[in-house]
Design a protein around this ligand. Structure first.
Ligand code: RTP
Ligand code: MG
Length: 141
């Protein structure tokens, strides 16, 4: 399988729970490398732009207010099949439906406060990575 990059966000609920390290361990345990990272407080405009694909969805307003409710940890993960591998580690969007042992099953509280974001395809990964990181801040290794 090809080496890919994906954009991961540890959402405000998981940052507040102090489980950044535990989530990073899961990335590392699955062979994914953190090749860029930044902790930040998203503005309303940032969150609306990042989730623009969902702007007509009924949950958009709640999603944006949740994403700006506290700092997030944003990273680029690199590795074989990184996009799908990260989605597998995350588990289903609704933690009640997420497989045992996934990040969302273990750390998420609800479909809104669901601990992590991960890009869902190569095209969205490229757009999402460029949204947060200039090429000079990505350190492939
Ligand atoms: P993400 O984009 O955050 O990685 O999550 P996802 O692909 O699993 O889910 P997506 O369909 O892209 O939705 C983005 C985020 O919106 C919230 N959501 N709420 N109340 C609802 O029905 C609902 N559906 C989605 C979730 O926080 C989801 O992660
Ligand atoms: Mg999504």
């Amino acid at each position: 399988m090809a080496i890919e990059r994906t954009l991961s966000i540890i959402k405000p609920d998981a940052v507040a729970k102090n489980v950044i390290g535990q989530i990073y361990s899961r990335f590392e345990g699955a062979g994914l490398k953190v090749i860029a990272a930044r902790m930040m407080q998203l503005s309303q405009a940032d969150a609306e732009a990042f989730y623009a694909v969902h702007k007509e969805r009924p949950f958009f307003k709640d999603l944006v207010s949740f994403m700006i409710s506290g700092p997030v940890m944003v990273q680029v993960l690199e590795g074989e099949g990184a996009i799908l591998k990260n989605r597998d580690l995350m588990g289903a969007t609704d933690p009640k439906k997420a497989d045992k042992g996934t990040i969302r099953a273990d750390f998420a509280d609800s479909i809104d406060a669901n601990a992590v974001h991960g890009s869902d395809a190569a095209e969205t990964a490229a757009v999402e990575i460029a949204f947060f990181f200039p090429a000079m801040n990505i350190h492939s290794r």
